[in-house]
Design a protein around this ligand. Structure first.
Ligand code: BGC
Length: 731
């Protein structure tokens, strides 16, 4: 019998032995704190099991899954102790001995384990345009999560993020569907390996299904309004691909799509995800989102009603951080005939299958000795490489960069001497703002520059806090002896609701710092450490150079210093459109009509920096764009190639990006869409022909009837400033 059939047989056998109560318990995912002393939000400084709670939840309520952490990160030993103890109770002190599945957020590495490798956030990975780095992030996250006894990680985030105000952009691969798909696939393959069983792979949990990245008002967890054709064309593909590549669980979007909360949307969960897309894994709710159907969404009268709606819609596991009341309600609902037993069996079958595929029935935690590479230099090296490739040079005039090592610099700004502003949220703690859990041996931008240039060449004054002036005047005074000024502007780490903002502009105090320092007439170099693109249009003209760093992680200080001093030649490309105005917020793949401005022209798309933009210390020229054949029929493929030449005097890496425009379509087409990209590393004077193959599927869009179609007509392929038209024939 093959492995899959064997698992199915075992799952059915176990399912047949289970009582309703045992099944309902499997569907609950509680927070670790619910098993521990103190109030859930009591802020206790140390985390300790409360025996009554541990036994109450695992033995009595038969809870099948635990998640998250306490107030502070745990060491691998502590994690192994906590998870090991939970497993001990589940395995030895319950009737059936079903192991618990422990889940946690691993947003940019196994971020809740002390000392683990912290990578750039996904938005930076997207800027690298290098899927190998996403794969390596997935692999290392899996290794270090498993070293902590954790087999299940809530990620990658596959939310195509189209609203610049949304506070979780840093957690995504940006505004483009194709990049989300390619990078998401690579992360998944790295994390899951050849199978999720064994000591070095985890089960991923792509999130948040679906549309979460495009909240209508830009606030987290708020309504999304999406016609189905758009949902299918722009938001679904990364999930479709993740399912094809073996994703075994998916987390739902906390908000609503077209006014129906995702958690009760039977069409989305059961018909589309499980039916049409054939997803056989576990659908888990987001944090307390069944409760939220009552108080927040107001679609259920009480919790029991909420449980009924969510489970009947297709939810398999509830992330109910505080208690197991979900299971109690569910048992009653089944007995009352309000939730069919078949639905419970379907959910539990999925959960048990996931546990078996993970090998939890054989081994829950592997020996510490299996993880000699935990937090190794090699892992830090992978994070460093990702940070280097993510850095995106947005402006460089008057040869402001690279900095000469002979020069003296003033380093200033809220993010200049902070590991928190390098790491963003989900760094040792949820908010990432606490300084006491930082890895002090890692270098801030200031420290890394001191290392490179020598302490005597680096002057420092913080200048401002996130929103308040601290000592701008002192920074200006100190600038007198500097040859150049490096200002590290930043966005305070935050996620979810706490990341909501009222104004997309970079806070005024930080912009005032730039204005005051610009008065000195010295070269101004801005380094941006931010998740979403904060508007800087009033200070951009004052800067000679601008380097976008996103949230580059623990090695980000070193990486930024290498780029500023020219030891590394930057090549990152923007994964989103950087707006110039707070009132003009649209993605690069908008429709032409979105561009119409009040003067009735079509010039309203005038962002600060375009999606895909990024400079280098060398220059690249493109020519000889060739497309063949110039007419294709259904099923044909198209060969596209272009020559790229390094015309400058330094070795550099260019990302060649291929965009497609459908000139006329029955649904207003986007002005262009990214279809392929490839990186080419070239020495000065070197040329390379970069080739791509497109298929007729790449020419498709979703029509009025929600079908993927390619319509006859002309298309344009563009790479850099070159373009060629070709014709698609409908046979
Ligand atoms: C977030 C998810 C996260 C979950 C567990 C939620 O509030 O929206 O992205 O995975 O919490 O921590």
């Amino acid at each position: 019998m093959d492995k899959e059939a064997e698992i199915n047989r075992k799952v059915e056998a176990l399912l047949n032995r289970m009582t309703l109560e045992e099944k309902a318990g499997q569907m609950v995912n509680v927070g670790l704190k619910a098993l521990c002393e103190g109030d859930f939000y009591g802020g206790q400084d140390t985390i300790r099991f409360d025996s009554a709670k541990l036994y109450g939840l695992i033995q009595e309520h038969l809870v099948g899954s635990v998640q998250n952490m306490g107030k502070y990160p745990l060491t691998t030993e502590e994690w192994r102790y906590f998870i090991g103890r939970i497993q001990e109770v589940a395995l030895k002190e319950t009737r059936l001995g079903i192991p618990v599945i422990y889940g946690i957020d691993g947003v940019h590495g196994a971020n809740y384990t002390v000392g683990s490798t912290l990578f750039p956030h996904q938005i930076g990975l997207a800027a690298t345009r290098n899927p190998e780095l996403a794969r390596s992030m997935g692999q290392i996250t899996a290794y270090e999560a498993k070293a902590s006894g954790i087999p299940w990680v809530y990620g990658p985030t596959l939310d195509v993020a189209k609203h610049p105000l949304w506070g979780r952009i840093s957690e995504t691969f940006g505004e483009d569907t194709y990049i989300n798909q390619v990078m998401g696939d690579a992360y998944l393959q790295g994390a899951q390996g050849d199978g999720i069983n064994g000591p070095y792979s985890i089960a991923v949990c792509p999130k948040h299904f679906i549309g979460y990245g495009n909240p209508f008002n830009g606030k987290d967890r708020s309504p999304v309004y999406l016609p189905e054709y758009m949902l299918r064309q722009y938001y679904l593909p990364p999930f479709v691909s993740a399912i094809k590549n073996g994703a075994q669980s998916i987390m739902l979007n906390s908000g609503s799509v077209n006014a129906i909360p995702c958690h009760i949307d039977k069409y989305l969960i059961t018909d589309l995800l499980k039916g049409e897309l054939g997803f056989e894994g576990v659908v888990i709710s987001d944090w307390a989102d069944v409760d939220n159907l009552v108080g927040v969404h107001r679609v259920a009268e009480d919790e029991k009603h909420a449980v009924q709606l969510a489970v009947n819609a297709g939810l398999d596991m509830v992330m109910e951080p505080y208690d197991a009341s979900f299971a109690t309600d569910l048992v009653e609902l089944v007995k009352e005939g309000a939730v069919p037993m078949a639905r419970i069996n379907d959910a539990v079958r999925r959960i048990l299958t996931l546990k078996m595929k993970l090998g939890l029935f054989e081994q829950t935690v592997y020996p510490a000795s299996a993880y000699p590479e935990f937090a190794s230099e090699a892992f830090a090296g992978a994070s460093f490489q990702a940070a280097l490739e993510s850095l995106t040079l947005l402006k460089n005039e008057k040869a402001a960069l690279p900095l000469s090592k002979e020069k003296k610099v003033l380093v200033t700004g809220v993010a200049a001497n902070s590991l928190n502003y390098l790491n963003g949220a989900w760094s040792r703690t949820f908010s990432g703002q606490e300084t006491e859990y930082n890895d002090e041996e890692k270098l801030t931008v200031l420290e890394a520059l001191q290392d490179k240039l020598g302490a005597s060449r680096v002057i420092y004054a913080q200048g401002t806090d996130y929103e308040e002036d601290i000592n701008t005047a002192e920074a200006v005074r100190k600038a007198a002896t500097a040859d150049a000024i490096i200002i590290c502007l930043g966005e305070r780490p935050a996620t979810e609701k706490p990341s909501d903002i009222e104004d997309l502009s970079m806070p005024a105090a930080q912009r005032e710092l730039v204005k005051a320092l610009a008065q000195t007439g010295k070269p101004i170099i801005l380094v941006l450490l931010e998740g979403r693109p904060r508007v800087i249009s009033d200070i951009e003209p004052l800067a000679d150079a601008i380097l976008m760093a996103y949230y580059p992680g623990n090695e980000g200080g070193r990486a930024i210093a290498e780029v500023l001093t020219g030891e590394y030649n930057p090549g990152g490309k923007l994964p989103y459109t950087y707006p110039r105005y707070t009132g003009s917020l649209f993605a690069y793949d908008h429709t032409r009509s979105e561009e119409r401005d009040v003067n009735w022209g079509f010039e309203a798309f005038n962002p600060q920096f375009e999606f895909g933009f990024g400079l280098s210390y060398t220059t690249f020229a493109y020519d000889e764009l060739e497309v063949s054949p110039l007419e294709v029929g259904p099923g044909d493929s198209l060969q596209v190639s272009v020559r790229v030449t390094n015309t400058g005097s330094r070795t550099g890496t260019e990302t060649v990006q291929l965009f497609l425009t459908d000139k006329v379509a029955s649904v207003t087409p986007p002005v262009r869409q990214l279809k392929r990209f490839a990186k080419a590393s070239l020495i000065p004077g070197e040329s390379r022909r970069v080739a791509f193959t497109l298929y007729t599927e790449d020419l498709q869009f979703v029509n009025r009837y929600n079908q993927w179609v390619a319509e006859q007509g002309e298309f344009t392929i563009s790479i850099d400033q070159l373009s060629r038209d070709f014709f698609l024939r409908e046979d």
